[in-house]
Design a protein around this ligand. Structure first.
Ligand code: NAI
Ligand code: MG
Length: 355
């Protein structure tokens, strides 16, 4: 099968980890005959913004729409405010293409130790389903009375019935397919007294259609603590846009750091391309040194294969990552080693060819 992929390497370590991701795609083509990827690189990043005054061309979304898939490295550079780089590239893609599910596995890979040392591997394996199009990142609100003592800023949360139902339904459907038959919903209905009670009601409504799933509603503050103290309890965690964003960086820390955490922005109806990316940003503190961990990017390709229904290839990629971690010889500095991005990528490619 042939797939067309728009590749947006982005800024900072984005292009560095993307190079390794593209090597992995090539290795899959060579070793697992049948799938072919036609990749087109798009130079849309902060440099592009500084030259052209926009993060992508005016018809950028129309261009992307024609691809089967989008692969993103990371966006963000010190010279461009984040509310521009993220709001003019990543968020428009997620919204225009109705990628309303942001899937973020929290899974301790074999070969790694969690900072929570007393947990074993099977206990640290769940998925966060983050709402990806509305909620707290609404773009509705404004600023007033700037430069006066009465200055104020208002940002509205938007929770539509349509948007809330579809993410909760997706999360329940996923819970039905997973082993523990458990769904945890992040809420804060004690403090946020309109949108969060609404969210809770919809969780309970949709939950009625899933009698085999045990549902828990936890306030976000307690839930954050439970990520540390009892992660073995979780299987599918569903959260609004902001809560999901924060929970998944925490989840990444629990399983070894941002260099290991992938994500998928899924359009379940498949009428637009879905997008795959690491959770991490452009990491200006290590950019250009060639030491970023490429695993998050490469794991996002495994998620892409699963999305395409090529589960066996998805597993080949994840197994290759785990084998390299078990061997423990080639590790980037965030894993405690001295290897470069390229060396770790090469080692994963080698394992793919062995599989
Ligand atoms: P960040 O994720 O770029 O970095 C946070 C910390 O994690 C840094 O110490 C960094 O060195 C480390 N880190 C991240 N990825 C790593 C990897 N693959 N290997 C080893 N270490 C890694 O987050 P930060 O510093 O808050 O943001 C930097 C820029 O990235 C900002 O402009 C921000 O807006 C942007 N950003 C973009 C995202 C995206 O493209 N989806 C997501 C998050 C932030
Ligand atoms: Mg984040």
């Amino acid at each position: 099968q042939h797939y067309s992929i728009a590749v947006i390497p982005g800024d900072g370590i984005g292009p560095e980890v993307m190079d390794e991701g593209l090597k992995v795609l090539k290795a899959i083509e060579e070793s697992h005959g049948g799938v072919r990827f036609a990749c087109d690189e798009k130079p849309w990043n902060c440099d592009y913004y500084l030259k052209n005054g926009r993060m992508m061309p005016e018809n950028g979304l129309d261009v992307l729409k024609n691809y089967d898939l989008i692969l993103l490295g990371a966006i963000g550079a010190p010279g461009v405010p984040d509310h521009i780089s993220v709001w003019e590239l990543i968020l428009p893609i997620r919204r225009a293409f109705q990628q309303y599910v942001n899937l973020r596995p929290v899974k301790l890979l074999r070969g790694l130790e969690s900072p929570l040392r007393y947990k074993n591997h099977d206990d640290l394996d769940f998925v966060v389903v983050r709402e990806n199009t509305e909620g707290e990142y609404s773009n509705m609100g404004g600023r007033m009375h700037q430069g006066t003592p009465y200055e104020m800023a208002v940002q509205n949360n938007v929770f539509t019935r349509y948007g809330t139902e579809r993410i909760i339904k997706y999360a329940y459907d996923l819970a039905e397919k997973r082993p523990k038959k458990r769904l945890t919903a992040a809420t804060k209905s004690n403090g946020i007294n309109h949108s969060m009670p609404f969210w809770d009601e919809i969780v309970k409504e949709v939950g009625k259609d899933h009698p085999g799933i045990q549902t828990n509603l936890y306030h976000i503050d307690a839930l954050a603590a439970y990520f540390i103290t009892r992660p073995e309890e979780f299987d599918v965690v569903v959260a609004s846009n902001l809560f999901g964003d924060i929970l998944t960086d925490l989840g990444a820390a629990v399983v070894g750091g941002l260099g290991l955490a992938p994500s998928a922005n899924i359009n379940p109806e498949r009428n637009f391309p879905s997008m795959f990316e690491p959770i991490h940003g452009s990491a200006p503190d290590i950019a250009g040194k060639g030491i970023a961990n490429p695993i998050a990017q490469i794991w996002s390709l495994s998620m892409m294969m699963d999305h395409l229904g090529h589960y066996e290839i998805g597993k080949v990629i994840l197994d290759a990552i785990e084998q390299v971690l078990i061997d423990g010889k080639v590790q980037t500095p965030d894993l405690g080693g001295r290897a470069t991005t390229k060396e770790l990528g090469d080692e994963i490619v080698r394992q793919i060819h062995l599989a």
